[in-house]
Design a protein around this ligand. Sequence first.
Ligand SMILES: [Zn+2]
Length: 327
Amino acid sequence: MMMSGAFGVCCFFLLFGSQSKVVFAAECNEPDCSKAKFNYDRENCLGPVKWSGITSCWSTCNGNRQSPINIRRADATYSDIGSLTFNIDLQKAFQVSSSNSGFKTNFKVSEEDIVISDLTQFGLSGNSFKLDGIHYHAGKNNNLTGSEHSFDGEFLPMEQHMVFYNEKYSDVKSASSNSDGLLVIGAMVRASNNTIETQFPGCPPSYHAALSEVLTDSFDELEDYSDSGDSEESEESPISKTLTLLDLLPPDLEKVYTYEGSLTTPPCSETVTWIVMKCPITVSQVAVDKFKSLEVSSSEEVLGVHGNRRPVQRGQQDTTFTLLKNF
Ligand SMILES: [Zn+2]
């Protein structure tokens, strides 16, 4: 092909966006874990299929309980796992601040600890999990392939992750290396003018107005993303509007799927109890578009070119894991 000649020395440099940048081959394999980088470019040596080989600390990315997965609804087994119990009222307002790190916009809740306990039925008896932050994943230009998890092979424009860590560990990082360390609540995010409703039969219509405003305002203010794997977070900027748990969760918040999985970014730790909400949340198309227009600083590309979603790791034909549901 024409392109193969032009890019025949691709092991030594790669072209990014409109400006060329030299990326030395060494960056494809970084012995120092703290300096390792990754990205979402399928063609690149730092892209998702190569993550496990970039640095030795990321070898788990090739493991056998990796996330995200395709959720085949018909394969989920009913189990009396109860539902989520939070320590605060679902309608209690809290302050939020935002910051950037890696490919993530991280929202933190200030002046309030949000804790989930009573997870006996999830196999996490006696443990409570504290909310560390909330972030989002989106796809390429195509509006409908943005979520990381899929339902029967179908994706939504974005996916929201609420990351909790087991309170018996000091922080999310130390928790991530323990088998009972992390719990992530994933919710599919629909854009308000996405009229494909059939993907979620039985889900009541909803519109998350407060969340749409918070996302639109903060994505406007945020600076570029970095593609450094372990980058420092940018300064936190407080958001004037408040949120509640109801603003972050779908209307049918009692109904969930659960499975044992991993982080969807390096180091891909296989220590995550996933809780994926049955129903999506809905935000404005403006909020989705603002998120996708964030730039990745080192490559001068916008998120919309490659997105920040990892491809599905399991679940197309794979039935070797247990997917439970409580409805
Ligand atoms: Zn995530």
